[in-house]
Design a protein. Structure first.
Length: 88
């Protein structure tokens, strides 16, 4: 298990390097004021949504939400039918 000093050293090194690493990304070299910024921003948002977060396919089936009470656990269970792979 890492010690507190090791964790602190790792965090400090990450913070020291973060500006250099961030400036090396292509998005920061494309920044321009005005209308060009709108185009770059739209491309960056699309790239983040599709490649980083992972955009789900646009064609969805109905979620068909259902809930039921769980008596022993004093709670409820929620069920959403997700057809992510088109098998249903």
């Amino acid at each position: 298990m890492p010690s507190v000093c090791e964790l602190e050293g790792f965090s400090q090194a990450s913070l020291r390097d973060s500006e250099r690493v961030r400036k090396a990304l292509p998005i920061w070299t494309k920044l321009k004021p005005g209308a060009e910024w709108e185009v770059v921003q739209k491309q960056a948002r699309t790239d983040f949504w599709e490649n980083v977060i992972g955009k789900l396919p646009g064609k969805y089936a109905a979620l068909n939400p259902r809930t039921r009470l769980i008596a022993r656990a004093c709670g409820a269970e929620a069920i959403l039918c997700l057809d992510l792979f088109g098998r249903f």
